[in-house]
Write a protein that binds this ligand. Structure first.
Ligand code: GDP
Length: 195
């Protein structure tokens, strides 16, 4: 999808504030600093539209961006600071948990991992959590411009093995700098949402 119009519709602190209507939603999750704002900005062709403020202690909000009046991107606070617990049901906020498990409009979750490093325990727990709730997931390995092309296969294997990715879960190698992977991410979003 070629995006021309985007609105930050609402920064929700309560589910009563979620957008009305039944347009599809795609959520973005990942540790702080993983490159979530950068990915979002590439997808919507903006230099600096999405800007997360994921400092520790800040009120956690779900930010809904309305894309081309057809679907919503939902920016979920970075879980690096959100104290993902050791339990399988990671307690990273009742609102977020409720959003991810009880929102009929939610069609899929894009989970970002840093392509330069092995996925962390937080990443593993997040993926297990999303799998437990049978949410359709796309894993995006970010910052791939920092990884040599000759290591791409190794990165793919490392992410697949560490997260124990199901065969249903695609992985895209992405760079906000080169925009590598942008079309694949959009294809997945279009598949999930039917836009
Ligand atoms: P967020 O906290 O997950 O929203 O992360 P940001 O998108 O703000 O990115 C965190 C840092 O990583 C910033 O300094 C970005 O410039 C950098 N970054 C994000 N994506 C990329 C990428 O694809 N390549 C490179 N080289 N740096 C990136």
């Amino acid at each position: 999808m070629e995006v021309h119009s985007v609105d930050l519709t609402i920064s929700a602190v309560d589910e009563k504030q979620y957008p009305a209507g039944d347009q599809p939603e795609i959520a973005f999750v990942g540790r702080s600093n993983v490159g979530k704002s950068s990915l979002t900005n590439v997808l919507i062709n903006r230099r600096n539209f999405a800007h997360t403020s994921s400092q520790p202690g800040k009120t956690q909000t779900l930010n809904f961006y309305h894309i081309e009046d057809q679907l919503y991107f939902v920016d979920v606070p970075g879980y690096g600071y959100a104290k993902v617990s050791k339990k399988q049901r990671a307690d990273f906020g009742r609102m977020i948990e409720n959003y991810l498990t009880k929102r009929p409009q939610l069609r899929g979750v894009i989970m970002l991992v840093d392509g330069r490093h092995t996925p962390t325990d937080d990443d593993i727990q997040m993926y297990q959590w999303l799998s437990y709730y049978q949410l359709p997931v796309l894993v995006v390995a970010t910052k791939m411009d920092k990884v040599k092309g000759s290591c791409f296969t190794q990165t793919t294997k490392q992410v697949q093995t560490t997260l124990d990715l199901s065969s249903q879960t695609p992985l895209v190698l992405f760079s906000a700098k080169t925009k590598r992977g942008k079309d694949q991410v959009w294809q997945w979003i279009e598949q999930q949402t039917g836009v």
